[in-house]
Design a binder for this molecule. Structure first.
Ligand code: GDP
Length: 593
């Protein structure tokens, strides 16, 4: 809010004390003025815009509603690189480009079927392409406008891109089966799309089914803040049937409508940048890479670099396999010429000379070797430091709990905290163990994962350690808020981190009377230590976490046993050991703040 000449910008509501300060009057005077207008308000009470406008008019101000500031949508970290790049382009050179759409949703709700019917019914019959190679994106035409579809459904691919600083899609189609309703992956997909600030259109699929219940799905969506437009909200919910090919045009029109209201532009003559959508090695053609051009125009002969891959483009072909010379913004294109398979989700750029490409790649390889990890780290402490330095405006959290009943109090307690020093943004809150998807979302959004009475599964832990995502596990709710509060004040106790010291494979299980089961193991990596902690893994699951009751080598008690040796291990109060299980031995270490 500000006073500018006689114009005074005011918010929708304002505390009397603040209003007095802005118009430089004594609060008592203002309260009297309010009273004379029939409003009884104390110094700490809030008045609405209309009331404020009437009283400030008496002081000669002309009140206007304050322009809505971008609320809470600012993300921790940076917007995708290509977006920043487009923001730097000369405004007069920007032109509309085709919206890029990706399809998310729960398994079996019809993502693949929908992508197939959209492709079949709306792709113009092209001539047979020169290169018979499937690329994982396609374009359709609707009323003279092009729409690009990414053919890799699922939020894992979507979020993998974000985690690497890229973002392919402008619009998310959320497929929800009308007979099944909102399911766990639907919720995840919503969180992922919201975290990426990408608009969502709901395709309410399978409406042909006898047990379809669209109204129920709309209610579930409304509960998740996706209020359908026919209920007065902002979310378009389009009934479709991929099976009967119904509602497809409505869906495409909805995409165009959302695109019209979103800034989807690029400079076809600007700096060339885009994202690797998919890549594979073909025995005869070498690497075949699907790229999505996001700014500029990619040409045959350009030298491209993506991650640690590079090459001169030998051939470009469109999604129908037709060779093309040039691909502009929003065009998915097949590319031959990378020296090795680049990673999906990497950004690509064009450089002037082969030497430049080789130097850039060498630099990146060096960076990766030199523990580039540290810079990615998203520990609570780092985030708070970033916040203090003015780089982060909020703290993003992903919360997983054992039951819905504990989730609600956790979220509401945390949101209360967020009203003070730092804004807290809960990106995703759901029940269940911490999964790879949660870590992906955290990595992409620089968020922290909080688990309450849940575990993180093994692939999730691995990914978290690679991506530098911090997972904090709790079993008492107030400890969560206490911890976050302490860290916000910069007085968090030293973090106790887990350090793996060895792994062993269970080769056989021996029942020993009075003792229970003993695992006959071979140590594969590092060592097992009698007084360290252990975790027993069965595939992806953690079946035991605790201490050893015994560690023996050829019947003799030992304190440690090294890689390559066999031993017998007893687990404290646990006997459900199976052949093929894996034993992980770890210690807890204090790490510096
Ligand atoms: P995805 O896992 O989300 O990619 O789902 P799929 O596209 O593989 O579809 C899952 C199942 O639902 C398949 O057996 C489809 O044939 C079926 N299916 C998809 N769309 C429809 C639809 O509109 N109506 C009906 N009745 N079945 C559908």
């Amino acid at each position: 809010m500000s006073a500018n000449g006689n114009k005074l910008e005011l918010p929708a509501s304002i505390v009397v004390r603040d209003l007095a300060q802005i118009i430089e009057q004594s609060p008592i005077d203002l309260i009297k003025k309010l009273m004379s207008n029939g409003v009884m308000a104390s110094i700490n009470q809030t008045v609405d815009f209309d009331t404020a406008a009437i009283v400030v008019a008496e002081y000669g101000f002309d009140a206007v509603p304050e322009e809505l500031k971008e609320e809470v949508i600012e993300e921790v970290g940076e917007s995708p690189l290509w977006r920043q790049l487009i923001a730097d382009e000369d405004e007069s050179k920007l032109v509309d480009r085709a919206p890029v759409v990706t399809i998310l949703g729960h398994v079996d709700h019809g993502k693949t079927s929908l992508l197939d019917v959209v492709r079949q019914s709306n792709v113009a019959e092209g001539e047979a392409g020169g290169i018979t190679q499937h690329i994982s994106a396609y374009q359709v035409e609707m009323k003279g406008h092009m729409i690009s579809f990414l053919d890799t459904p699922g939020h894992a691919a979507f979020t993998a891109m974000r985690a690497r600083g890229a973002q392919g899609a402008d619009i998310v189609i959320l497929v929800v089966a009308a007979d099944d309703g909102v399911m766990p992956q639907t919720k995840e997909a919503i969180s992922h799309a919201k975290a990426a600030q990408v608009p969502i259109i709901v395709a309410l699929n399978k409406i042909d089914k006898a047990n379809a219940n669209p109204e129920n799905v709309k209610k579930q969506l409304a509960d998740l803040d996706l209020v359908p437009d026919d209920w007065g909200g902002n979310t378009m919910v389009i009934p479709v049937s991929a099976k009967l090919k119904e509602g497809i045009d409505d869906l495409l029109e909805a995409i165009l409508l959302v695109a019209e209201n979103t800034d989807i532009r690029a400079n076809p003559d600007g700096t060339i940048i885009g994202t690797v959508i998919e890549a594979e090695m073909d025995k005869t053609k070498g690497t075949v890479t699907t790229l999505l051009v996001q700014n500029g125009s990619l040409k045959v002969g350009d030298i491209v670099v993506a991650g640690t891959s590079y090459g001169r483009i030998r051939a470009l072909f469109d999604f129908q396999g037709k060779p093309i010379e040039k691909a502009g913004p929003s065009t998915p294109v097949g590319v031959l010429g990378f020296n090795r398979v680049p990673e999906a989700g990497n950004l690509f750029q064009v450089v002037a000379k082969g030497k430049e490409a080789r130097e850039l790649v060498a630099e990146r390889i060096e960076e990766q070797k030199g523990g580039g990890q540290a810079t990615k780290s998203t520990s609570l402490e780092d985030l708070f430091a970033a916040y203090k330095a003015g780089k982060a405006k909020e703290l993003s959290l992903i919360i997983k709990a054992d039951v819905q009943g504990s989730l609600e109090p956790i979220v509401s307690e945390l949101e209360k905290l967020g009203k003070s020093e730092i804004r807290i943004r809960v990106l995703h809150a759901d029940t269940g163990n911490i999964s790879e998807n949660d870590i992906m979302l955290a990595a992409a959004s620089k968020a922290i994962v909080i688990g309450f009475n849940v575990q993180s599964d093994v692939p999730a832990r691995k990914l978290a350690s690679n991506e530098g995502v911090s997972i904090r596990l709790y079993d008492i709710i107030y400890r969560i808020t206490e911890d976050i509060e302490k860290s916000l004040k910069g007085m968090l106790d030293p973090v106790i981190a887990e350090k793996e010291i060895g792994r062993a494979e269970v080769l056989a299980v021996f029942p020993i009377s009075k003792v229970g089961k003993i695992a006959g193991c071979r140590v594969r990596d590092g060592e097992l230590r009698r007084n360290a902690k252990v975790r027993l893994l069965r595939g992806k699951d953690i079946v035991f976490e605790g201490e050893m009751s015994s560690l023996k080598q050829e019947k003799k008690d030992v304190n440690e046993i090294r890689s390559g040796f066999e031993c017998g291990v007893g687990l404290k109060n646990f006997h459900d050991i199976k052949e093929g299980d894996e034993l992980v031995c770890y210690i807890l270490e204090e790490t510096e703040q």
